[in-house]
Design a protein around this ligand. Sequence first.
Ligand code: WQD
Length: 335
Amino acid sequence: MKKILVTGGLGFIGSHTVVELQNAGFEVVIIDNLSNSKIEVLNQITSITGIQPDFYQLDLRIKNDVKNFFNNNTVDGIIHFAASKAVGESVEKPLLYYENNITTLVYLLQEMKERKLDNFIFSSSCTVYGQADELPITENAPTKPAESPYGNTKQIGEEIIKDSCNAYELNAIALRYFNPIGAHDSVKIGELPIGVPQNLIPFVTQTAAGIREQLSVFGDDYPTPDGTAVRDYIHVVDLAKAHIAALQRLINKNNKQHFEFFNVGTGKGSSVLEVIKAFETVTGKKLNYKIVDRRAGDITAAYADTTLANKELHWKTEKTLEEALLSAWKWQEKQ
Ligand code: WQD
């Protein structure tokens, strides 16, 4: 049985990926420092799959702890989620973001090189494309200067991995996520935003639940069919499965280059108003919202061309926007 290290394995995307790894027959060991996750998630994962993953509460910024971990664990692959991800916070605290997202990555790659470990999957982001000139966005689209320190850590992270792969013959895949939403069908794991949600879907579900009074729709004067911004919302379980596909590609040595990257989205763009309408339809709840000014730093539209991931990873999304929104709502109701 192959053993996979999942850093940040108790977080939103990490926990869903751990479940899919276990479902696919992998043994999982999780590292998480619980900075933005809860230990209860470990039990929830166990109750979904019937298998308790190994768990180490440790901080990847502490090099000695990372070394000790690898002294005691040999792994066949690493899926690296552990990172800070709030765009606004990254502008206020850039050094925290560079330490959390870059230092930890370097430490992990150093251990891989020294111990001759291989098969690394990196959480990247469609933010590397900025506002792309052509839609849908293919992997050939040029990366644009990052809008935030957070986005910069994803660009720099990819470059660090690419250079390391070339120099040390490591094999890695970066997955460039579009907008992950939703929750597991079991309603046992989902997104747990701390404080006021910055992302659209948790704000929508909290507004429907009465926790927030009103949803602000940031701008209706974008050059899109209804004037609101367009994104590619992907069900987190579909996204989790892309990690298994990428890992299997590396383990089976089907990769064509030491470092590869793939878009992970649905290929379909939805506007903010379309999301609101779909949410109201599937839940039967009326959303209190108003149009306000654009949010600084937002782009007009981003959705993925998924041809490469479909072909090379033998992966495609299975769930609809409606299913994702309904699962997000069920999760919210349970909180
Ligand atoms: C979606 C749309 C908002 C909140 C996120 C991450 C980013 C990257 C990509 C990971 C936008 C609008 C939002 C609200 C609104 N992911 N909106 N009212 O901006 O695409 O970015 O995904 O790397 O880092 O942050 O996602 O969910 O914040 O916004 O109208 O209260 O919803 O303007 O058009 P975004 P989002």
